[in-house]
Design a protein around this ligand. Sequence first.
Ligand code: NAP
Length: 255
Amino acid sequence: MNNLFDLTGKTALITGSSRGIGFYYAKGLAQAGAKIILNSTNQGSLDKAISLLQAEGYQVSGYVFDVANEAHVVNAFQQMDESGYKIDILINNAGIQHRQPLTELALKDWQRIIDVHLTATFLVSREVANRMIARNVGGKIINIGSLTSEQARATIAPYTAAKGGVKMLTKAMATEWGEYNIQVNAIGPGYIATEMNTALIENQTFNEWVKNSTPAQRWGTPEELMGTAIYLASSASNYVNGQIIYVDGGWLSML
Ligand code: NAP
């Protein structure tokens, strides 16, 4: 029987993959056989991540660019074209957080969060989809939502609006690109123990709230998102399009 989850011969770009969950999406797809292209805004941390995966025997390269900057994105794709990269799988994972009540929030802070999560998902996907369509080979795009794609939490309004937008942009992309055999789906992680959440993990009240709100009674780990990423990147999900899969220890199912 063919291995439905085999990614041998595929090339995957994972944005925001120098650390955190993105690094583990990259590792998971590499384990399934894909060649990996990492990305972040920092050359030093990118080089470190490349070395870590290369040391495990995987084929890995990386490009520094700000996913929210159109000129950076277009330029990076020109460089990838010149180097002969043909992307079959994209994970739009890069992300940042900014915590402040809406009444105090400056427009530039609102805009930056919307840009990095929502606008960047459009910008990078546009470049990838145009190339997939021109090659006529289909492909997989995986966007990253959150529990806030469904529910709000005080002090993170722009993040909540952006992640709600990512859910609907996923459906819009699936609708436009399905005829080209491109499947666009999203992963909605619950609370995952990464650098982005260090302050929350160290805050005892918040930590208890997360554990008590999760049927699994604990934070998730980045490794626990790898399987869903492999599934959505592989032929196992070829008739799945426009969906968001929550990997949240059951959070959204519990009152
Ligand atoms: P993280 O540990 O802070 O890592 C974020 C990654 O994105 C880093 O590699 C960072 O590298 C990169 N990055 C940030 N801004 C970028 C930009 N403008 N262009 C390119 N790369 C950029 O975050 P994480 O917790 O792994 O989160 C990853 C994704 O999962 C985000 O979309 C987040 O919203 C989502 N998510 C996380 C959780 C969670 O509990 N952790 C839950 C739900 C959803 P540089 O800073 O060096 O550029």
